[in-house]
Design a protein around this ligand. Structure first.
Ligand SMILES: NC(=O)c1ccc[n+]([C@@H]2O[C@H](COP(=O)([O-])OP(=O)(O)OC[C@H]3O[C@@H](n4cnc5c(N)ncnc54)[C@H](OP(=O)(O)O)[C@@H]3O)[C@@H](O)[C@H]2O)c1
Length: 246
């Protein structure tokens, strides 16, 4: 696979490392200071993987989709522009996979939390809350992954109808699902969902040990989206992957 990397920071470099190890080729790397890319250079790539700034997503989607190139978007914090992105992709009949978290482990966590939410929904003595920790450079808060977890939970654990991120002012309302975020150090990403009652606490935690899991998932998504048209998530990729094992 011939890959263009948009964003050549922590994630871009980890994807490059893994891609080269797997025999893929990196045809171009782009950062915030790169000169505008020519259609000729872009034409050499099978797929572009974006791990850059949220504000650059829409422009890059427009450009690469006009070049008829599929995209994988790992960047988080841009989801209020999803409708605009969808319109561009559908107009150009290209493919795009986006995910707040490309790690296979986190996608298993999403399933586990959905299942747990459904069970605890029937047990009124349990309350639920979320906590996520990331390194001090992270731009968005709460993390995109925490927002995905919250979205999964409010669909299953129906006592919670509203997501409250950040420090609450006074007491939270019973229907509010609180997400707390901690920023510091070099923490790659930790997400914990807690179901808590007077008697006990059940905690489901995912701890990323490094960025390899995100990079592998992004490469699986890149290989998958080459033959597709439309907007997809990692759930679509993994559903096919678990069916075929490829
Ligand atoms: N979905 C997932 O699984 C996953 C996992 C981890 C991280 N992420 C997300 O990926 C994104 C990047 O994270 P990171 O840790 O790699 O950040 P990072 O180390 O700060 O790197 C960001 C890179 O993006 C480049 N960039 C910024 N604006 C750009 C623009 N307009 N055009 C092209 N490149 C631009 C930066 O260039 P300069 O060096 O020139 O500033 C840098 O190379 C974040 O949104 C993060 O939340 C997603």
């Amino acid at each position: 696979m011939k890959i263009a990397l948009i964003g050549y920071g922590k994630m871009g470099k980890e994807i490059e490392r893994l891609a080269l190890e797997r025999g893929d080729e990196i045809v171009v790397t782009i950062n915030s200071k790169s000169p505008p890319l020519s259609a000729e250079v872009a034409g050499k790539a099978d797929v572009a993987i974006h791990n850059a700034s949220p504000s650059s997503v829409l422009g890059h989607v427009r450009q690469w989709s006009e070049w008829r190139k599929p995209l994988v978007i790992g960047t988080t914090g841009w989801y209020n522009e999803l409708a605009g992105v969808r319109t561009i992709i559908e107009r150009n009949k290209t493919g795009l996979v986006y995910a707040s978290n490309f790690s296979i482990g986190v996608n298993v966590l999403f399933s586990l939390v959905g299942h747990a939410g459904k069970l605890f929904d029937k047990l009124p003595e349990y309350d639920a809350f979320l906590h996520e920790i990331h390194h001090k450079e992270k731009l968005d808060s709460p993390s995109g992954t925490a927002l995905t977890l919250a979205d999964i939970l409010v669909r299953q654990f129906r006592r919670k109808t509203e997501v409250l991120a950040g420090a609450p002012e006074g007491k939270i309302k019973p229907e509010q699902l609180h997400i707390a975020s901690t920023r510091g150090g070099n923490v790659v990403g930790t997400h914990r969902v807690t179901f808590d009652s007077v008697a006990d606490s059940i905690e489901i935690t995912h701890t990323a040990k490094n960025r390899a899991g995100f990079a592998l998932g992004a490469l699986l998504a890149a290989a998958w989206v080459r033959e597709k048209a439309g907007v997809f998530t990692m759930e679509d990729v993994l559903t096919d992957f678990l069916k075929t094992g490829e």
